[in-house]
Design a binder for this molecule. Structure first.
Ligand code: SIN
Length: 288
């Protein structure tokens, strides 16, 4: 059953919805949280405006959807006093922002986190938008022939290029492979699960062999009809599903102007430490 008080307004055909008529600082009914979750699964990313949450209220909201975690990438520091909240800023003196390439969060981990939330605490007068692209729409738009080619493949992911770009001085995480085509555990829709920031090659293929097809898929995923673009105001809260979307933080503002509080939630089925399974494997298990 869904909560009919909430108004859900699509941002674009394939990606994003704004949810109105809810004050996230207040505890909500199970039905309301379920409606929010369904909207996230359906639209890939959801947005709320005008929220005035304390850090504690923000953590309490996040806990309704999974276990908050602060991945230690060396790129995003925790908010002092709160291990669950990370602070996304462009530090004075820095040219590069965090998240300024198309990516999905933590795909280089064995069990990538499901959901990321961003709460805008301070925004620039203009700029600082985030773009999202739907990888379910991107998958659906591929030809049947290419879908069949991709179905059995696995792709290798590495955070080496991002660590170097952000000059963390850290050694990259060990490379990891995941299926190229996932089936969303809740919607059942197929997802193209490669991304420009982290995917380096197909498993069993050289980088040189992989590059033409990966570059094609990266260009394909950047077709504007799969996008939505969100303009943050102080008090905006965005919540995206990392399995089915890419995102890109636009770097068109000055250092120190934008402060975002981020919570990453791990959720089914990967909070059990399971790596993503391919769409084909998942379908076979469901049919068994
Ligand atoms: C991120 O990539 O997690 C940050 C996105 C943003 O700051 O808009």
């Amino acid at each position: 059953m869904s909560d009919s008080r909430l108004k859900i307004r699509r941002v674009t055909t394939h990606c994003g919805a704004e949810i109105l008529n809810v004050d996230l600082a207040q505890p909500q009914s199970a039905q309301t949280y379920q409606t929010i979750r369904q909207a996230l699964v359906e639209h890939g990313v959801i947005f709320f405006r005008g929220q005035t949450l304390s850090a504690e209220q923000y953590i309490a909201f996040a806990r309704q959807f999974g276990r908050p975690t602060v991945p230690d990438s060396g790129i995003i520091p925790p908010l002092p006093g709160y291990t669950e909240i990370a602070q996304v800023t462009k530090e004075p003196g820095r040219q590069r922002n965090i998240g300024g390439t198309w990516h999905t969060d933590q795909v280089y981990r064995v069990a990538p986190s499901w959901g990321t939330m961003l709460l805008a605490r301070q925004v620039p007068e203009h700029g600082g938008d985030t773009l999202f692209s739907s990888m379910t729409a991107a998958y659906d738009a591929l030809s049947d022939g290419l879908k069949r080619t991709l179905e059995p493949l696995r792709a290798v992911h590495s955070n080496a290029a991002v660590q170097a770009r952000m000059q963390t001085g850290r050694a990259p995480a060990p490379e990891i492979s995941h299926p190229v085509v996932l089936r969303h555990p809740e919607s059942g829709r197929r997802i193209l699960y490669v991304n420009p920031a982290y995917t380096v090659r197909f498993e069993g293929w050289t980088e040189e062999e992989s590059r033409p097809l990966l570059e094609y898929l990266f260009r394909h995923g950047q077709r504007p009809e799969f996008f939505c673009r969100f303009n943050w105001e102080a008090g905006s809260l965005g919540f995206w599903d990392n399995y089915q979307t890419w995102h890109f933080a636009v770097n068109d503002y000055d250092a120190g102007e934008r402060i975002m509080h981020r919570i990453v939630v791990e959720s089914l089925p990967f909070d059990r430490g399971e790596a993503p399974v391919s769409a084909a494997q998942q379908a076979a298990t469901a049919d068994a």
